[in-house]
Design a protein around this ligand. Structure first.
Ligand SMILES: N[C@@H](CCC(=O)N[C@@H](CS)C(=O)NCC(=O)O)C(=O)O
Length: 200
């Protein structure tokens, strides 16, 4: 959406190529995304990457300008997604990092899914997308929300619990500049994806 020149290096997660010494030297946690700037500075944390890229390319209009009426809402919910929704989203895929044993992990899975639903429902109540979260223009908030929504536990039934957010997610995923990227990274993001069903 910004159109700036870049080189994309794919880090296939959950494969032997994941957590190689070479990648851990760039990002010690081995997570994605990581942005390496032309001067060699490394930036992790998706919210920081979105803010930095938007700051360096204001012409893309992906972040409401300081002082604009949309700015507080944008900052609040970007931080919410990053600091509050992302942790249980990631935990769901790493239960064994938190507790040992099948019984404890099943219980943690259940409470993690319930937490995800509670957090999404709170965000759902705060938005009336038209069609994007902040109105008729897409913003970095849509990208952050759609990305984390796609990673939500299938049992959380995101689209059923949060139809307004799901509509905004569908709008940004259909954006002509986003759709090809999404298809490549989230091949299951078709409308009939099982993750959209509460009973999945
Ligand atoms: N706080 C980080 C979280 C990044 C994160 O957890 N990324 C996931 C993929 S979306 C990941 O790398 N998972 C693989 C792993 O944790 O090993 C951010 O906001 O960018």
């Amino acid at each position: 959406m910004i159109g700036a020149p870049h080189r994309l290096a794919r880090v296939p997660l959950y494969t032997p190529a994941h957590r190689t010494p070479a990648y851990l030297a760039v990002n010690p946690l081995g997570t994605v995304p990581t942005l390496v700037l032309p001067d060699g500075e490394t930036v992790t944390e998706s919210a920081a990457i979105l803010l930095l890229l938007s700051e360096r390319h204001p012409e893309a209009g992906l972040v409401p300008a300081p002082g604009s009426p949309e700015r507080p809402r944008f900052l609040r919910w970007l931080a919410y997604l990053s600091a509050t929704v992302y942790p249980p989203t990631r935990r769901y895929y790493h239960l064994a990092d938190h507790v040992a044993g099948a019984v404890a992990q099943a219980e943690l899975r259940r409470t993690t899914v319930a937490e995800q639903v509670r957090l999404w429902v709170a965000m759902e109540a705060a938005f009336d997308p038209a069609p994007y979260l902040l109105g008729d223009r897409p913003s970095a908030l849509d990208l952050a929300m759609a990305m984390i929504a796609r990673l939500s536990a299938p049992e959380a039934g995101f689209a059923v619990a949060c139809p307004k957010l799901a509509a905004a997610r569908d709008a940004i995923e259909a954006h002509p500049e986003v759709a090809p990227v999404w298809r490549e990274n989230f091949p299951d993001s078709a409308p009939d994806f099982a993750g959209d069903r509460a009973d999945a």
